[in-house]
Structures are given as structure tokens and as C-alpha cells.
Design a protein around this ligand. Structure first.
Ligand code: NAD
Length: 360
């Protein structure tokens, strides 16, 4: 067995239908009594219901979370937390809302209690992001890792079917790249494989019937494992491509992950045969990349960059940006190879099938 380093992240997780009932005692456990509740404008109703539940422990509600945490929004939320004398933040929402709570914690060290309502997984990572002048900066800092996470699948019942499919593929992407990460280790790989299995088993049922609570619970469990994998080990080509496509070309986060994942997997397959065998096993298919493509197609999710706002004329620039800063990937990257990958992804061609463990 290869030597490895494993470091667990210090987070408390409460999982299960109606686990939100435990919110008041969990706030108390943090030693807090004046919570600032955060949400997007779209989820104000859901967040207000959370604030109502905790009564006097809610110091206020800030409903301006948006994708990628613009610096102005972060500053406004930081000032609101200060003005109210908040002693913790409760993030009710997806990655955008958790990201806003992290922006507050980064400068104030206020503890975060996260109540995730999508499958993005940010609640399990010490990764923060802030966007200024069109450029998104990210970093790792343990101060932004939520102290407590309440996973209540009841809150995900309202997630639209297509966001559920794409957000779920985003979570699968964390698991896939964790399996071939530079610092992969057997513990995180167990979580990653189980995450793919749980998500692949539940997402089609969720999309068919978004109020199927049992399927919702299994998908959220898989998302937790995906977030844990993302927080524990480094990512590679797939996440780099999605960062470029989202950051520079403004493509939507979860949809971009959904489209790119089968192509990144097909590209990396020859260099990561063991990881791909585990992905295929978790999906119940022979080939990892083909299995990922089939899963998103079967849910009616987008399968081509052309469907989600990418312009063909920007593919050259995207390929250039993707190879700009050297980063770890199990297979060596060239501009030509990435340009070809992006061309396949732009047109939604089925990713080239490669047998498990085989050479290209
Ligand atoms: P999101 O948080 O932007 O949510 C998308 C939309 O769906 C929003 O309008 C939101 O209000 C709505 N929504 C969320 N849950 C809902 C529900 N249950 N019912 C109804 N509507 C609901 O999307 P996301 O994909 O969760 O997060 C994307 C952002 O998170 C990106 O900025 C990404 O970079 C970031 N992210 C960060 C990390 C990290 O570790 N730092 C990890 C993953 C994603």
C-alpha cells in the first residue's frame, strides 16, 4: 500500500429529515445567541421560516447572496453582521449563500452554521471565493469551514428538477477528481466512491419526482460525501476547466460541471485506470466517461457547452487559459489536447469510449 496523509476536517454534521428542528440547540452549542441568517433573494421565504423558528436568536436576515460572492455584496454583509452585533451566521441555501457566510467569517471569524439546500458541497470545505473586477480569487482557510452543518433533505424538496440534476453532477465531479487527486488517500476514496454510488442511484428518481423524500435524502448524503472529498484533497483538470469557463465566459456553475465532467474523465482515463474503474463500479457501468454522459443525458441535463451559452469563437481562448498556470493532473496537458476536448464538449459528442483500466 502507498503511504499517505489523511487529515479530517473538524465539522459537526446533523443529517436526516426534519433535522432542522435541532437548530436552536445547535446555535446554543456554538455559544451563540444572535444569528445573522443569510440567503439569496429567491430563497427569502425559506430563510425567513428558519429565522422565525429561532425567534429571538435571529438578529437579522440578509437576502442578497448571489453567485461567486461579488466583493460589494461581501462588504455589505460584513457591515450588516457588525451593525447587528451578530455572533454567528446561518447560511440557508446553496454554494452562493455558503460562500457569502465564508466571506464574513474570513474577516470576522464568526462561526458558520450551514443549512445546505443544493448539492454543491461548499459547506464541507475550507475554500472561500471572492469576485472583484471580474476576477474570482479563491483560497483555503480553516476559519471559513462551517462549524456545524445541518443536512435536512426536506429543504431540498423545492430544488427544481434540473438544478437537482446539474447540482448532483457537480457533486459527482468532486468525487471523480478526488479519486485521482495528487494527494488521494484510501479514506477519501472510500467517501468519493460511495458519493458517486449514492448520487447516481438517487438523482434520476429525484428528477422524476422532486418531492421523493427518500431519494432526496440519498442524494444529499452523496452531496455531503462529494463536499467532503472536495474539502479534503486537491482537484485537477475538470475543476480547472470549469473555473475558466465560469470565471471568464460566465457560464453557469452546475451546468458547466455537468457538461465538462464526461470529457475530463475520458481524457484522464488512460492515466488513472484504478480511479476510473471505481467510478464505473459506482455508476454500475463498464466505462466511467460513457456512464457519466449517459447519466446526465438520461436526466435531460445539458450535454454540450453550446447549450449553456458558450460561443464557438471563445474555445481557443478557453484552451489557452486552461493551460496557463501549471497544475496537477494525472495526464499531461497540452493546449491542442484541451482544445480538442473543448470541441467535443462544445458539440456534445459522446466521449470516446475507453475500456476500464485500458490504454487509450
Ligand atoms: P446557488 O447557491 O447559486 O443556487 C442556485 C439558485 O437556486 C439560487 O437562486 C438559489 O436561491 C436557488 N436554490 C438553491 N436551493 C434551492 C432549493 N432547495 N429550492 C429552491 N431554490 C433553491 O447554486 P450552487 O450551485 O449551490 O452554488 C454555486 C456557487 O457555489 C458557485 O459560486 C461556486 O463557485 C460555489 N461553490 C463553492 C464551493 C466551495 O467549496 N467554496 C463548492 C461548490 C460550489
Amino acid at each position: 500500500m502507498r503511504s499517505f496523509i489523511y487529515q479530517s476536517q473538524p465539522a459537526r454534521v446533523i443529517f436526516g429529515a426534519h433535522s432542522l428542528d435541532r437548530l436552536p440547540e445547535e446555535i446554543q452549542r456554538l455559544g451563540a445567541s444572535r444569528a445573522l441568517v443569510l440567503c439569496t433573494p429567491e430563497q427569502r421565504g425559506q430563510a425567513q421560516a428558519v429565522a422565525d423558528r429561532i425567534g429571538p436568536r435571529a438578529a437579522g436576515l440578509f437576502d442578497r447572496a448571489v453567485m461567486h460572492v461579488p466583493i460589494d455584496t461581501a462588504q455589505a454583509a460584513r457591515e450588516e453582521a457588525k451593525r447587528l452585533g451578530a455572533d454567528c451566521c446561518i447560511a440557508v441555501g446553496g454554494g452562493s449563500t455558503t460562500g457569502l457566510a465564508k466571506a464574513i467569517a474570513l474577516v470576522s471569524e464568526l462561526p458558520i452554521l450551514a443549512v445546505p439546500t443544493t448539492y454543491a458541497g461548499s459547506e464541507m470545505t475550507p475554500i472561500w471565493g471572492l469576485t472583484e473586477g471580474g476576477i474570482k480569487k479563491t483560497g483555503r482557510d480553516l476559519r471559513v469551514l462551517p462549524r456545524t452543518v445541518i443536512y435536512d433533505p426536506v429543504l431540498t424538496l423545492t430544488m427544481p428538477a434540473m438544478l437537482s440534476a446539474t447540482s448532483g453532477m457537480n457533486a459527482i465531479a468532486h468525487c471523480v477528481e478526488a479519486l485521482y487527486a495528487e494527494d488521494a488517500n484510501p479514506i477519501v476514496s472510500l467517501m468519493a466512491e460511495e458519493g458517486i454510488r449514492a448520487l447516481a442511484a438517487s438523482l434520476p428518481a429525484v428528477v422524476k419526482n422532486p418531492i421523493d423524500l427518500e431519494a432526496r435524502a440519498e442524494a444529499l448524503y452523496g452531496a455531503w460525501l462529494g463536499g467532503s472529498s472536495l474539502g479534503a484533497v486537491g482537484m485537477a483538470l475538470h475543476h480547472k476547466l470549469c473555473h475558466v469557463l465560469g470565471g471568464t465566459f460566465n457560464l453557469p456553475h452546475a451546468e458547466t460541471h455537468t457538461v465538462v465532467l464526461p470529457y475530463a474523465a475520458a481524457f484522464n482515463a488512460p492515466a488513472a485506470p484504478e480511479a476510473m474503474a471505481r467510478v464505473a463500479r459506482a455508476l454500475g457501468t463498464r466505462d466511467a466517461a460513457a456512464g457519466l454522459f449517459a447519466l446526465s443525458s438520461s436526466m435531460g441535463a445539458p450535454t454540450a457547452l453550446s447549450q449553456i451559452g458558450m460561443k464557438e469563437g471563445d474555445l481557443d481562448r478557453a484552451a489557452e487559459l486552461a493551460v496557463l498556470n501549471p497544475y496537477y493532473n494525472p495526464r499531461a496537458i497540452t493546449r491542442e489536447a484541451i482544445r480538442a476536448l473543448l470541441d467535443d464538449a462544445f458539440r456534445g459528442r459522446p466521449p470516446a469510449p475507453r475500456p476500464n483500466g485500458g490504454e487509450p
